[in-house]
Design a protein around this ligand. Structure first.
Ligand SMILES: Nc1nc2c(ncn2[C@@H]2O[C@H](COP(=O)(O)OP(=O)(O)OP(=O)(O)O)[C@@H](O)[C@H]2O)c(=O)[nH]1
Length: 188
């Protein structure tokens, strides 16, 4: 059983992303901050946990880091401080999570083009600095949501069944080939 958790500042869209992935819908204006550990989704051999972004619940969420094989780390492209805090989140992840945890950086709310304050290349640069895959998502329109979860699942699966002579699964290449190109230009 794989465990994936969603982390990032309060309000970046973790709950919304998980609802979109699980139910294929977006409930607008329904912001109620998650308390501790939020709802969980069980899909085939995976459990995905939503966590609270608020500082006061940090000790609760740390306890879940240890058991997670994958972490989706979100910021909000319309909120600079959520982006600036990514470095602190990564420090925390390296402190509490397993050493070989799969981390994916997501710039969420990509549909909010007119309110964007973080360019896509800034997200890409930060991801490169930390050697983690990156994509922009929208929990509202669903852009790249399925892909974010699928790419992580594939990486975990390949790690588990990797044969010595097989070429290694390249998560970056997979993402690049699968990214929703049709929506790229209006959003990104
Ligand atoms: N336009 C737009 N709004 C979004 C998107 N994702 C989330 N929102 C909105 O942003 C607000 C916060 O979303 P949540 O999913 O509750 O955020 P969270 O990260 O789970 O917050 P905490 O539970 O406090 O950690 C809500 O009003 C959502 O409707 C998105 O992709 N696009």
């Amino acid at each position: 059983m794989w465990q994936t958790i969603l982390v990032g500042d309060s309000g970046v869209g973790k709950t919304s992303l998980l609802v979109q992935f699980d139910q294929g819908k977006f409930i607008p204006g329904s912001f109620s901050a998650t308390v501790g550990i939020g709802f969980t989704v069980h899909k085939s051999n995976r459990t995905i946990w939503d966590t609270a972004g608020q500082e006061r619940f940090r000790s609760v969420t740390h306890a879940y880091y240890r058991d997670a094989q994958a972490l989706l780390l979100l910021y909000d492209i319309t909120n600079k401080s959520s982006f600036d805090n990514i470095r602190a989140w990564l420090t925390e992840i390296h402190e509490y999570a397993q050493q070989d945890v799969v981390i994916m950086l997501l710039g969420n709310k990509a549909d909010m083009a007119s309110e964007r304050v973080i360019r896509r290349d800034e997200g890409e640069k930060l991801a490169r600095e930390h050697s983690v895959p990156f994509m922009e998502t929208s929990a509202k329109t669903g852009v790249n949501v399925e892909l974010a979860f699928t790419a992580v699942a594939k990486e975990l699966k390949h790690r588990a069944v990797q044969h010595p002579n097989e070429p290694k699964f390249q998560i970056h290449e997979y993402i690049e080939s699968q990214k929703e190109k049709s929506s790229c230009c209006s959003y990104f």
